[in-house]
Design a protein around this ligand. Structure first.
Ligand code: FAD
Length: 471
């Protein structure tokens, strides 16, 4: 008998419980992908995400073909498509791995219920998280709102789930509709603005595995101290691979545990803790499904954000604020689809505090431009920096972009890389080029002569708005 294996954000064969369950139950798996961006509600995938997905689906298809099968693509809606595939192929079951975005949780629950009512075996699995949101609870049985106790609870129940290997061969039957070619889904950009991405990234399971190996052999050593340095390749860059499910978190955890020794134990623990933030973000999104658009802390509903002007936002998006560390980050994002975590915090703080723009504007830009755009992680990141979130940095902690640059990019190399027009400026002028207008004019006549907000004044206005709210 046939079973549909409905691929979503689990674009891998290794350690894929839905695929494995179909095989274990003796079915011939029919791998399908259904393109239904409208079902994501307010959060249709952004452009960078689509560009990645196009390549990741192609990579998955290649892996399936090596094993005698292939991926079939269809247009949504998901439920109707599954139903017609079942009718046309005679499939008896549908297996998939769960997602935790509120719109998908609702949709998938409905699909499961409907299919079961029609006598179809419909089952879902965890492929994306170490621990699913409802399996970690406070002593009172509720959700966590603070990271440290959440992570403690996770560590207390930590038990390595065994990882399943990718099957060497897949049974195949040529039944049912063939679907449309991948290009018909129009995920790849029409103009190649994503050109710069693909020197940096290899979407798909093999690229993910290579990135993990590179990290374990390289940046893992010293991760605990180097992870904050955007001028060094000090982090794993696994985030897009994790988002698309090209690599399982338990696979990562077991690869790290195999390497554990006295010298790298602190680095491994620091890295697992970051995976823990990813878990926490999914926990919060599941239990507080309004937070992608609503302040977690409702007191901020009355906050005095500055009026949003398109010009202001465009300066920030394009990396033309006149503050080099901020502009460098936004240019890295545009060029590569990714930004270092430290710099994400700096640019987010600048937008929400110095420019006093609602975090929603920044979250939307990240959503469209990040290859790792992830509703859980992006929501947590923005609300954390803005001070409106669960367990957030307090609003009154305003990142000083100059001090941040001096501390985390001490040689100005990150700035020079992404703002080459400033590379000839000596340090510390490169951090604050407005301090010598003539040198700046000579080196970079196009670069803004002044920051678009005077830093001290911007900070004071943010704190004043906060005091108004508090009092
Ligand atoms: P590493 O340091 O190697 O960490 C390993 C993995 O842990 C990451 O791949 C990621 O899955 C997870 N992780 C690390 N830090 C965090 C964190 N703070 N929160 C949640 N998970 C984390 N991450 C996304 O994956 N998608 C987003 O859309 C996203 N938006 C963000 C927005 C803002 C404003 C901020 C401050 C952070 C955001 N992050 C987001 C979190 C973090 O910046 C990235 O996960 C990280 O930079 C990815 O690089 P890496 O894989 O080299 O990280």
């Amino acid at each position: 008998a046939l079973a549909l294996v409905w691929f979503r954000n689990d674009l891998r064969l290794d350690d894929n419980p839905a695929l494995q369950a179909a095989l274990d139950a003796g079915y011939v798996p029919v791998p399908v992908y259904i393109h239904a961006p409208d079902e994501a509600g307010d959060w249709r995938p952004g452009a960078a995400s689509d560009a990645w997905r196009h390549r990741s689906l192609a990579a998955l298809d290649a892996r399936l073909r090596q094993r005698g099968s292939h991926l079939r693509h269809f247009f949504g809606p998901s439920l109707a498509t599954l139903q017609s595939l079942i009718a046309m192929s005679g499939a008896e079951a549908v297996f998939w791995n769960r997602r935790y975005e509120p719109a998908f949780e609702r949709r998938d629950a409905h699909i499961k219920q409907t299919l079961r009512a029609q006598g179809v075996r419909a089952e879902s699995f965890n492929s994306a998280l170490l621990f699913e949101p409802w399996t970690v609870r406070t002593r009172q049985g509720g959700p966590f709102k603070v990271f440290t106790p959440f992570w403690k609870a996770v560590l207390a129940q930590w038990q390595h789930a065994p990882c399943g290997d990718a099957p060497a061969r897949l049974p195949y039957r040529d039944d049912g509709p063939a679907g449309v070619p991948l290009v018909a889904l129009k995920l790849a950009p029409r103009r190649d603005w994503d050109r710069g991405f693909w020197n940096e990234w290899t979407p798909g399971e093999e690229g993910a595995r290579a990135a993990l190996d590179t990290f374990v052999d390289g940046a893992l050593r010293g991760y605990a101290t180097q992870r904050d340095r955007p001028d060094r390749a000090g982090t794993s860059r696994l985030s897009p691979h994790l988002h698309f499910g090209e690599l399982s978190p338990w696979r990562i955890a077991s690869a790290l545990e195999r390497e554990r020794n006295a010298r790298n134990a602190a680095d491994i623990d620091a890295f697992l803790r970051e995976l823990g933030w990813r878990e926490f973000a999914h926990h919060l999104l599941h239990h507080f499904p309004d937070t992608p658009s609503q302040n977690f802390d409702p007191r901020f509903n009355d906050f005095d954000w500055a009026p949003a002007t398109e010009a202001r936002l465009a300066e920030w998006r394009d990396g033309r604020t006149g503050v080099p560390i901020v502009d460098a980050g936004l240019r890295e994002l545009w060029a590569t689809g990714w930004m270092h975590n430290r710099v994400r915090m700096i640019v987010a703080s600048f937008l929400t505090k110095h420019l006093r723009q609602h975090w929603r504007h920044g979250a939307r830009w990240f959503w469209d431009t990040l290859v790792d755009a992830d509703l859980a992680n992006n929501t947590l990141g923005w609300q954390w920096v803005a001070g409106t979130g669960a367990d957030a940095a307090p609003y009154f902690r305003v990142f000083n972009p100059l001090l941040q640059a001096q501390k985390f990019d001490p040689d100005g190399r990150y700035i020079a890389r992404w703002l080459p027009e400033l590379a000839s400026l000596p340090l510390p002028l490169r951090f604050a080029p407005w301090q010598d207008p003539q040198a700046l004019q000579r080196a970079a006549p196009e670069y803004p002569p002044q920051p678009n907000v005077e830093l001290a004044a911007g900070r004071d206005r943010a704190l004043a708005a906060y005091r108004k709210l508090r009092d």
